[in-house]
Structure formats: C-alpha cells, structure tokens
Unconditional design. Sequence first.
Length: 157
Amino acid sequence: MIYGRVVDPQNAAVAAASVTVTNTGTNVSANLRSNETGYYEASLLLPGPYQVTVDANTDGFERSAARGPAAFHRRVFPTRIDGLRADMTKQWNASLLREFRIRETVAFRVRFDAINLQNRSQFNAPEVNPVSTNFGRITTQSAALNRLLQIHGRLQW
C-alpha cells in the first residue's frame, strides 16, 4: 500500500489532485484523486519499486516524480546504511585419528573427517540502499558446501 497527503507550499490540503502510482518494473499505473483533506491511498499493489507523480494543476508545485529523498533531505539522508550484519563464513571441521597396533611392525590407522560439521548455509549481506524496496532483505545466498563425512583406513607395515 502507498499512501500520502497532497499539500500546497502553505501546508494546506489540496483536494482532487491527480496522483499516479506506477510500478517501474512492470510499467503498470494506478490513477487516483486526493480527497478533501488531500489524502490518497493506493492499495492492493504488487511488491516492487514504485514511482509516485502528483499533478494538482496549481502553481508552486514541483512536477517531478518522487523517487527518493527530496533535495533538502539528501544532505542528512544516507545513501547507504553501514553496520547491517552480514552472515559470516564460519565453518567447523573435525578430524579424529586412531592407531591400532596389530604387531610390532604392523599398524592399522583409522581417520574420521567431518567437513562443514554444522551443515549451515552461507548467506550474502542484506541490501543496504535505504530507498530500495529490498532494503534489509537478503536476496542471494553464497555457494553452500554440504556436510561431508569421510572414513579412511590405512594398513602400515
């Protein structure tokens, strides 16, 4: 859902303003009108990036579409959010070795290896662009190595 309020430079509500909400991925538009308090609402929208354009047929309105922070916010509005936690590549491996003496010159060694003991998938970092519709979401995953168990036997003489 996208909603908002259309006001003039004196912060007074603008009724019957034409509002167009366009999905920039599919180019599908919804045309709306603001009510007597300047409020508009576009509901039942598919997820995706949208562009909102307001035409009030009144002097003093900026005709460009809203795609991100306004010019006066760009100074304080970050373009990237640092410090979002990304998945760390921590993989536990284990190895056990045991030697059994059969005779003085003959030995049997058994070795057990476990690679990626936790069997955990590794995810990439989340989207850090604050004006993206995927902000904070993890959209990809790095190559995961499945758990691998190996048993080796060696007879030495």
